[in-house]
Design a binder for this molecule. Sequence first.
Ligand code: RIB
Length: 308
Amino acid sequence: MGRVVVFGSINLDTVLEVPHIAAPGETVGGFGLETFPGGKGGNQALAAHNAGADVCLVGKVGMDAAGQQMIDFYRGEGLPIDGIGNSELPTGAAFIQVERDGGENAIVVVAGANGDFTVADADAVEIAPDDVIVAMFEVPIAVNEALFSRARGIGAQTVLNPSPAHPCPPGLFASTTHLVLNETELAVLSGHPISETSSDGFIAAAVSALEAPAGMVVVVTRGPGGARGFAAGDVIPMPGRRVDAVDTTGAGDCFTGVYAARLAAGDDVETAMIYANAAAAISVTRPGAATSLPTHAEIESLLRRKWS
Ligand code: RIB
């Protein structure tokens, strides 16, 4: 069983509960404000850790109270912190509006320390052939590219979550073995106008337009609609589970982290998707990002239950 190595962002999230997400020029009265641990990299690493993987989170925090808060949180969760370094820049921060009904969100991120990575940092990451390397777009994309290229040279699997949505440079795309993305990210990468109401056929056409290299697995997460996998010419449909969502923040991170954990455990794509889909369904029923991630036992328990 390999490790899950997450090269990624760490943020302190400030969450504003709102009646609806503010439109441009609109002022909305919020119901409350809370801080939570977050950042896509930290969330993905903790999701994999909670799911039972041996995880290394490579990240950076500032030498400030927020950075200390994040380190203390990970330590309390049992997530190894030896891959987390210090930066002169402040700890990354996210400002998140979460709708009271349904838990939809909108996020503004200030990168801070997450932008303070160089290729030398990527070169210092230890990689073994059976490791699964995870990266996303909250750390510099060029550094991800160097990391994935080396990982592929060693034979490790690479999971890219191209979030926040941004076009993917060809070199990084070519070094990715598993692309896990939501509808918004698929629209940006494919140029197809995807929405949550797009048909499965439309999603499949957008995935084809990516012109993924042979062997790349593409997994599209569809929120309440579940996920669709595209692997070696096969489509793997994964319906969503009906749950009462209170906060969807971090659901994609939960999916990605658990998916990587199951790949590292040797599961095939469909099995990894089943676990990831169940984990994400649990995560949206709880507030916060890193605080909403289920344990392996909770995922197993949901999987034993009948579909609803
Ligand atoms: O994906 C959710 C995460 O995005 C939040 O935790 C926030 O920090 C932003 O990075």
